[in-house]
Design a protein around this ligand. Structure first.
Ligand SMILES: Nc1ncnc2c1ncn2[C@@H]1O[C@H](COP(=O)(O)OP(=O)(O)OP(=O)(O)O)[C@@H](O)[C@H]1O
Ligand SMILES: [Mg+2]
Length: 238
């Protein structure tokens, strides 16, 4: 469970988040909204990259009070709108970077890594430098990084961006699998409403930093306020 209570963030005059509250109880939940709505900012405050006012709890624990490295140790993982994997490291070493920050014996970490590589279809690519990977493989590596070290909250920022329909579907299945395997509460931001509807049981809709809808995904997508916020791209929500 992920509880957001009254989250607010200002950048100079811009109110990026305006007293956002939502309690995500679904295995996988979505955050949608037009460009600049505050979606990435929400992930940035949950992961501790940005300061905010308000409270953030994960499984009842006040993660909002922890510095970012403690949040990772506690079990918070995220992928970025542009993958943040290290190009000069192998696929496997990119997973080890995450494991360095969490407790566990070498043997346990090795087994954990093996599983993540296998689930993501990267076992054969483990020794390849990240700079040699294609876009989809980079995205898979990003997912594998979220799988290791007993995650409790996993967040994906536009995981389907730049992928073909087929690749986006495969990534969606993998995101569902992350929850199945780890039990982590998962948050997904994407403009691909088909992907959100397929994998997210509940969805938060932001617009100009405000919460305009929250609840079961289909109900939210049918909400006239949500359709109005997407004016011009309404057909995507049909
Ligand atoms: N570091 C920053 N400094 C100043 N303004 C920022 C910063 N980060 C975000 N903003 C502003 O805050 C608002 C919310 O941005 P955010 O990146 O959260 O939007 P988003 O919903 O993720 O949009 P997109 O769909 O384009 O990724 C925007 O007006 C943006 O310009
Ligand atoms: Mg964004």
């Amino acid at each position: 469970m992920i509880e957001l209570e009254n989250l607010s963030v200002n950048f100079g005059g811009v109110v990026a988040l305006d007293a956002i509250s939502a309690t995500f109880t679904a295995p996988v939940s979505g955050i949608i909204g037009p460009n600049g709505a505050g979606k990435t900012t929400t992930m940035n405050v949950i992961s501790g990259f940005l300061r905010c006012t308000g409270r953030i709890r994960g499984d009842g624990v006040d993660v909002g009070q922890m510095p970012p490295h403690k949040r990772c140790r506690w079990g918070l993982r995220r992928s970025f709108q542009r993958e943040q994997i290290a190009d000069d490291l192998s696929v496997e070493a990119n997973l080890q970077v995450i494991q360095d920050g969490v407790p566990g014996s070498r043997a346990v970490k090795r087994a954990d890594r093996e599983r993540a590589l296998e689930v993501c279809g990267l076992t054969d690519r483990r020794d390849v430098l990240a700079s040699q990977l294609n876009t989809f493989e980079r995205r898979l590596t990003d997912v594998a990084r979220c799988l290791v070290g007993r995650p409790k909250i996993v967040m994906f920022d536009e995981p389907g961006g730049g992928l073909s329909r087929d690749e986006a579907n495969r990534l969606g299945d993998l995101i569902l699998k992350v929850h199945e395997l780890t039990g982590a509460s998962t948050l997904v931001i994407d403009h691909d409403v088909d992907l959100i509807e397929r994998i997210c049981a509940e969805t938060l809709v932001l617009d100009f930093g405000k919460r305009i809808a929250f609840g079961p995904t289909r109900k939210v997508l049918d909400d006239p306020k949500v359709k109005a916020a997407y004016l011009g791209i309404e057909e995507e929500l049909a």
